[in-house]
Ligand binder design. Structure first.
Ligand SMILES: N[C@@H](CCC(=O)N[C@@H](CS)C(=O)NCC(=O)O)C(=O)O
Length: 235
């Protein structure tokens, strides 16, 4: 039995995407199961699949039957179980910095998350960036600049090669894309790399098959333009 990963709507569920990005880019086999994020009683649905006390998505079950219902625990468990898969950066300083960034993502960026719910349908036009969102974007750039000083490898990802840090920051890149947020060259390049990543493209292709009852979740009162190609993010 491979890992089982229980997720919500691919179109909107940023945490589900984080969970999936702990598997797919590392070639860790996983069976993905879709739950109804908007059914009204997610904890009961999770319990019906034997996942109590998990109450949010993603949740996962390991091949040994261990249930985990928080992304940080999932990340650490997978890194421990697959030491050769490179989930965390190999060098201790980079690994510690990656844990810092992941923890700050897990706990922070409240303004950006609230103002720009993740969606992969298109790019909202004319989104007005509040001071709080601008401050979150500035903090993001500061953290990425710091990560660059801890890198041991070249590449487009936060620590050079893809790591769990990128799994946690991917939804932020998709928010930059989905709302046309004005960002530094560093963040624009990261967003472009993320839009081109095969796992992200696969995730979005499946998201586009999803159908939701009207009104669509998280719809913004703004025109929705096409999903940006890598060259279309603003800087
Ligand atoms: N801290 C959790 C966050 C998970 C989370 O907020 N998931 C959302 C979907 S993106 C959810 O399950 N929402 C359903 C609800 O709040 O009832 C983690 O790291 O796994």
């Amino acid at each position: 039995m491979p890992y089982e990963l229980f997720i919500g709507a691919r179109t909107y569920s940023s945490w589900s995407l984080r969970g999936w990005l702990m598997f797919d880019p590392f070639d860790l086999p996983v069976k993905t199961r879709m739950l109804n994020l908007y059914g009204g009683d997610l904890p009961a649905e999770l319990a019906a699949h034997g996942l109590a006390p998990a109450r949010l998505v993603p949740a996962m079950r390991t091949p040994e039957g261990l249930v985990l219902g928080e992304t940080l625990a999932m990340a650490e468990h997978l890194a421990e179980a697959h030491p050769g898969a490179g989930l965390w950066p190999a060098a201790p300083a980079a690994r510690a910095a990656a844990r810092w960034l992941v923890a700050e993502m897990h706990a922070g960026f409240a303004a950006l998350r609230a103002a720009c719910p993740m969606q992969v349908l298109g790019q909202y036009q004319d989104f007005e960036v509040s001071a709080a969102v601008a401050a979150d974007l500035a903090r993001l750039d500061q953290l990425f600049a710091y990560a660059e000083t801890q890198r041991n490898a070249d590449g487009p990802w936060i620590f050079g090669t893809w790591s769990l840090a990128d799994a946690f920051y991917a939804p932020v890149a998709l928010r930059i894309a989905g709302y046309g947020l004005p960002v530094s060259d560093r963040l624009a390049a990261y967003t472009a790399a993320m839009l081109a990543h095969p796992s992200i493209r696969r995730w979005r292709a499946l998201a586009l098959t999803e159908v939701f009852d009207a009104p669509a979740p998280y719809a913004q009162p703004l025109p929705l333009g096409p999903w940006p190609g890598p060259a279309l993010t603003k800087s």
